[in-house]
Ligand binder design. Sequence first.
Ligand SMILES: Nc1nc2c(c(=O)[nH]1)N[C@H]1C(S)=C(S)[C@@H](COP(=O)(O)OP(=O)(O)OC[C@H]3O[C@@H](n4cnc5c(=O)[nH]c(N)nc54)[C@H](O)[C@@H]3O)O[C@H]1N2
Ligand SMILES: Nc1nc2c(c(=O)[nH]1)N[C@H]1C(S)=C(S)[C@@H](COP(=O)(O)OP(=O)(O)OC[C@H]3O[C@@H](n4cnc5c(=O)[nH]c(N)nc54)[C@H](O)[C@@H]3O)O[C@H]1N2
Ligand code: SF4
Ligand SMILES: [Mo]
Length: 705
Amino acid sequence: MTTIEQERTVRAACPHDCPDTCALRVTVSGNRVIRVEGDPDHPPTDGVLCTKVARYAERTHHADRLTQPLRRTGPKGSGQFEAVSWAVAITEIAARLTQIAARDPQRIVPYSYAGTMGFVQGDGLAQRFFHAIGASRLEATICSAAGSNGLASVHGKSVGMAVEQFEHSKLILLWGTNPVTSSVHLWRRIQAAKRKGAVVVAIDPFESDSAQKCDRWLALRPGTDAALALALINILITENLLDHDWIKQHTEGFEALSERAMQWPAARAAEVCGIEEADIVWLARQWGTVRPGAIRVNYGVQRARGGADAVRAIAALAALTGAWRDAAGGMLLSSSGWFPVDVTGWQRPDLMPSWPDRLPRSVNMSAIGDALAIPVASTAASTSIPIEAIVVWNANPVAVAPDSESVIQGFAREDLFTVVLEHFQTDTADWADWVLPATTQMEHFDLHKSYGHTSLVVNHPAIAPIGDALPNSEIFRRLARAMGLTEPALFDDDETVARSALDWSHPRLAGVTWEDLLERGWASLTMDPTVNPLANGGFPTASGRVQLVDPALGAQGRDPVPDWQPPWESAEVDPQRSALYPLQLISPPARNFLNTTFVNVTSIRAREGEPECLLHPADATQRGLIDGTLVRVFNDRGAFAARLRVTERTRPGVAVAPSIWWHRDAPGVHGGPGRNVNAVTSQRLTEGGAGATFYDCRVEVEALG
Ligand SMILES: Nc1nc2c(c(=O)[nH]1)N[C@H]1C(S)=C(S)[C@@H](COP(=O)(O)OP(=O)(O)OC[C@H]3O[C@@H](n4cnc5c(=O)[nH]c(N)nc54)[C@H](O)[C@@H]3O)O[C@H]1N2
Ligand SMILES: Nc1nc2c(c(=O)[nH]1)N[C@H]1C(S)=C(S)[C@@H](COP(=O)(O)OP(=O)(O)OC[C@H]3O[C@@H](n4cnc5c(=O)[nH]c(N)nc54)[C@H](O)[C@@H]3O)O[C@H]1N2
Ligand code: SF4
Ligand SMILES: [Mo]
């Protein structure tokens, strides 16, 4: 007999690494997700979702979901595993970690990023666990480190204008960002502004889906944004398009910045950026005269050596014209600094053995290939403690970290103990000793902040776990117990962890109660979105002013005044490499994927087609290549195969490979295994923030014969 299950609706949050952090309504029947929709009452979501998450049922109930703990049976990387019970898995993993910790707990490295951005299933209990055992710390630099570092220099923290205000701006600069792809709700506001006559300018080497819809597209060379910003400042100064009053009251360092900008006449920047001098002058006059003016700068500008300084120079533009005076003026990189997060209560760094005096070493996740290169038998000094165990959750380093060949070599080490918590058998899970099935957002509780808006969003579980999957939080509780740890904070339940993440006495949470939040599913911080909170300064810097110059950088051996630093892989820094590999390669997010998430969802992947490499007609002709050819994109680090697209959407000298495909989805090169774009990217780090330099990468392209 079949019974018709009653449908119910559950309030949830999108867990993904996307500034929009949508509030979701999930329709469930029995233990099946039927539909996922945007919450019409949550202003930033406004009832709309991207195509990816609108298809969340397909991902949740995918036939390939991992449903049981798996123990490796074949050689590393062979993909041979056997299913075992949770009891066996936890006991054996705990025993091995205990053994390694007895030698030196710093030999254990946690590796996680933004598979889910929730306070509970992200870095909550997991960090407490690793802190308590004294494991190495992870420097979370793979995405936004350079930009955050630059922004902290200028603004003190990641604060900026309200996303709601963009629809009232008259001039919008989309600087290194493609919101049609990566922030669809912001794009809707920009469209509204356009309908009211706003001028929208894309500053991007690639004519992205957003750039195509802008009034102007300035196709600068990758990694030259600071040069452009300094030239704009130069013109603002020489043509006196400054807000002297605002500068005087709310900034510091104007003199030194002016001196620097005088070294950047438009002609010099035009040469460095590879754009027309007249376009620079036009843009400076627009920025200096049109109000309200808003800059949406995003992470595309900070994936090259000088990314932090690019953000600093761009942020200075907003200050110099007093753009902040207007509600719809200023700039936005990330809004996450508005949330009163209590990191100590949430992640409990005090559980580290000698906190706060001597902390365990930290490993930069953007150079994990190099970090894994040291074998356990190494006798080198303590600066190079070998990694003997790596525990991965919410991340897919084998596919997303730069310089894949070195990352894979590291994960292939026989003496490395690897545990991967996952939904699917990813490129990383392939190299694991243990694969543990984790619940998805549809199956666990969480609480989210956002880096694009200013409300908290709750995630209630919509269905029971698929198979034997467990939430990350529960897996770390069980490991802690099996390792004999007794600290009560390691066993807090999910709601307690969520509540611990915020400072509830903070004025921005005044009036927000936990009960309301649970019931409604979201709560806005108490900030008036019609008022620019930074109109009268009050930046979270030591002086409350915008720091056009950051004296503290001197002590770190960096220039206190922002300047352009040529990319690592440029003719200025490395002429030999630039001659061998004449093309700059960027690999921005593909519209239908979210990093490597969703690549294995059939209907979504069908929309992306196959791995592609875009080249300008001049570059294609020079190499005798035609559209549709299968090409090999390569340098001395590695190679990947892709379908060539010849198009004027990229500028001469720049190859574009929309990303991030799984390695296994790409055709192999010359009989080798499939590789994605990270086969060619480098482990060099940015000057500020020690971030990844994915778009600071030189390659050559040839037909895959
Ligand atoms: N659909 C989708 N959405 C996503 C993601 C995804 O993978 N897919 N990823 C999410 C994540 S993790 C992040 S961090 C954000 C990223 O969000 P954004 O940083 O806004 O990323 P994109 O939207 O790709 O925009 C980056 C743009 O920068 C351009 N660019 C590359 N190099 C340079 C440069 O040197 N200077 C300038 N001015 N532009 C440059 C690229 O061509 C691209 O169009 O998006 C999030 N949202
Ligand atoms: N070439 C190139 N490389 C890049 C970038 C680029 O632009 N170009 N972008 C970089 C950027 S901005 C980022 S942020 C990184 C992204 O790197 P990652 O954060 O590693 O992102 P994903 O590839 O989406 O992998 C997240 C994984 O977490 C898993 N996951 C999701 N939710 C859960 C959960 O609740 N529990 C567990 N256990 N697992 C979960 C998903 O199944 C997925 O496999 O990639 C970087 N790499
Ligand atoms: S990925 Fe972004 S736009 Fe899509 S549902 Fe999630 S938060 Fe919203
Ligand atoms: Mo990211």
